[in-house]
Unconditional design. Sequence first.
Length: 271
Amino acid sequence: MHLKNNIFNIINDGKSGYSKFKKSFEIFIIVLIVLSIFEIILESYQGISIQFRPQLKIFEITIVVIFSIEYLLRLWTADLKSPLLSKISARIKFMTSPMGIIDLLAILPFYLPLLFKFDLRFLRILRVFRIFRIFKLNRHSKALNLLVSIFHEKRSEIIITLFINAIFILMASTIMYNLENAVQPEKFPNIIETFWWAVATLTTVGYGDVFPITAWGKFISGIIAILGIGLVALPTGIISAGFVEKIQEDKLKKRSNYKFCPHCGKCLLNK
């Protein structure tokens, strides 16, 4: 039990006396995550992938083993993180939590092909899931935690703006299909295919592969492009405002943790 408590305090936000060990553990995991992502990038280079295949394979196995041990340790100590729940319930809670799922996705693509035979295309899809390892940084990064909390707090506003954008894309696709289908049936064959043009236009990307050629089509396209600037900026504005609010909250919390001299206003000491 003493060993279990020690491990829990190191890999979680445990007692302050373990801060040194916890910091070392966090740095170790962060370095592994970064190296793991770097390895995934190197594998995309065919020459490097062929020349250093054994070394990359050994490194991948080492990463998976360490991440697997970390996952099992978190699973083992989950009842200490949720003491009010039974051991089984606490472990199920960890396994179904966002970070628990991310931890599992980080190692699952390695084990599944060993247990089951998959089609080559499915194996490639599994390999894509390794990029989820980058989200493991969320546990150790204040910046990512801040981003997640902003998305959580502003989720209602973000969902509303995304819903408005979805309606506008549907309307734009429908209008443009009816205006351009007769003269460009290969580029505007149906409303769903026209979604690509609507998204590219609303986001002001405009790749130029699909564009209207009728007078009315060009006129409506210009209006949609101008309106798109404001609509696409809405979610960005909400997230930016959330960042500003969080930064101000953090500053206020830091100020509240200090006593100030009543004469000169300079900080004296921590509370």
